[in-house]
Ligand binder design. Structure first.
Ligand SMILES: [Zn+2]
Length: 50
């Protein structure tokens, strides 16, 4: 994981703790990657399947 991603994950975690909606995240906590990099993952496209 690069440092920029690690910093963004931390920033999103803190923002979410402060009340930000999870949809506003630019990173994915589940996959520990950029949100756009796993947007096609079945877990995101069909959340009810899990
Ligand atoms: Zn993801």
């Amino acid at each position: 994981m690069d440092q920029k991603l690690a910093a963004a994950l931390k920033r999103d975690d803190d923002a979410e703790d402060a009340g930000m909606h999870p949809d506003e995240r630019s990173t994915c906590w589940t996959h520990q990657c950029w949100a756009e990099d796993c947007a096609d993952d079945p877990m995101h496209t069909h959340p009810s399947a899990y």
